[in-house]
Design a protein around this ligand. Sequence first.
Ligand code: KIV
Ligand code: ZN
Length: 509
Amino acid sequence: MNNKNKVLIFDTTLRDGEQAPGASMNRQEKLEIAYALEHLGVDIIEAGFPVSSKGDFESVKDVARCIKNSTVCGLARCLTKDIDAAAQAVKMAKHPRIHVFLATSKIHLEHKFKKSQDEILHMALEAVKYARGKIDDIEFSPEDASRTEKEFLYRILEAVIKVGATTINIPDTVGYATPQEYGAVIAGICHNVSNINKAVISTHCHDDLGLGVANSLAGVINGARQVECTINGIGERAGNASMEEIVMAIKTRTDFYGLSTNINTKEFYRTSRLVSKATGFIVPPNKAIVGANAFRHESGIHQDGILKEKRTYEIMDPADVGVPSQGGLVLGKHSGRHAFKDRLKSLGVYLNEIQMDKAFERFKDLADKKKEIFDEDLIAIVDESGHSLQEFCLLQDLVYTSGSHVAPKVKVTLKFKGRTYQKESSGDGPVDASYKAIEAITKIKARLLDYSIQSVTGGKDALGQVTVKVIVGNRRVIGHGASTDIIEASAKAYINAINKAMTLQKLRT
Ligand code: KIV
Ligand code: ZN
């Protein structure tokens, strides 16, 4: 396949994805995701909106400094202060890009800007010229393009290409278009913008009607060669088009699309988990490609078919998207450190010696309680061991009494800053009581924003994985904890969040 058949993948998890309500990530998490995206083979990483906050500016700068193989892009409105901030933030990147946007639809012009089409055209041209004076790789987005009058859309695109835009992105900002309509918008641009051969056409489709992926693919069929998307489809409101779905559609149906991407699809599962962990957004089990049930066959007829010939009910190989082998017993009580390390390696998890010690200790603890340990269990253990996390606080023991007619009481033994403390508390249920005991020992006030629990594998002895979102001081952190006992998992998740908040505080001071 030649380059004409290559679809560039522009990931906006760190920008549009972070606009999802409740999805904000800290600098460290963003950088970790950026590395994962680079490893995945993403062509362009939109790292943030630098003018929007000091934190966003610094994050884009971090990504620009560290990422070498992907283009690093910063978003800007058509304002000089935005473009200055974006240029400053991406300037260290090996391949920098500025993405300027301005709404062009009648409804936005009349109600948001109270400006005429000519005034908007002028603003867009000045902005693209100004940005192009700083960096060669410039993307322009007419926001709400799919609802923009066609003649004006063609006029503004032709003009911005003339003054230096190298990519023109066509957002279906409110997820209103149907695939037929969106495909026709792209085809119309190909036929009516005289200098379109000088720019790459990009899609950017929101998922308000559940059509984000279908619209993006319709765009590609009609000539778009860049797709903007996010991991797990996160994004403003109902989200953006999901990268894993678009890429796997192109790969699985090469017979239909005749296209390819640069993505190493085996990294999808791991990257999806990383984004879920950082945002606290759980991936629904039925989510295509990366959901827990995406490759599980329940019906007897299907299982029989699969045993006879996989292709009867499986259109993709789970290994192609990096899903750990289903149901395979991996380790047990008698497995040693070597086997544990080997298995993690085959899952693509590399830990330093200290992290490995912590993870192995947790594995041995778990093996005492759970006979069979699966790949998913191992990943949950590793998530908890943290990466650069310092363990100021460590749960040593937790004993509780609770019942339908018994007031819940929890006794927590905690190692905190090197000393061991014990505290018994009561509360509205054992989880609340354990959080009160932890708070009494650490004197750290953490306000719980969100709590969720998921079973890691099947079976009565399955690990429960708890995710909490808390605010400590003015910092929002996410904690994870796994145990066969859900009260213990809840306490671990809370402690994990406290450790994260303290680590971040320490990094700052
Ligand atoms: O949805 C949208 O229109 C956007 C633009 C900033 C590209 O996110
Ligand atoms: Zn968007």
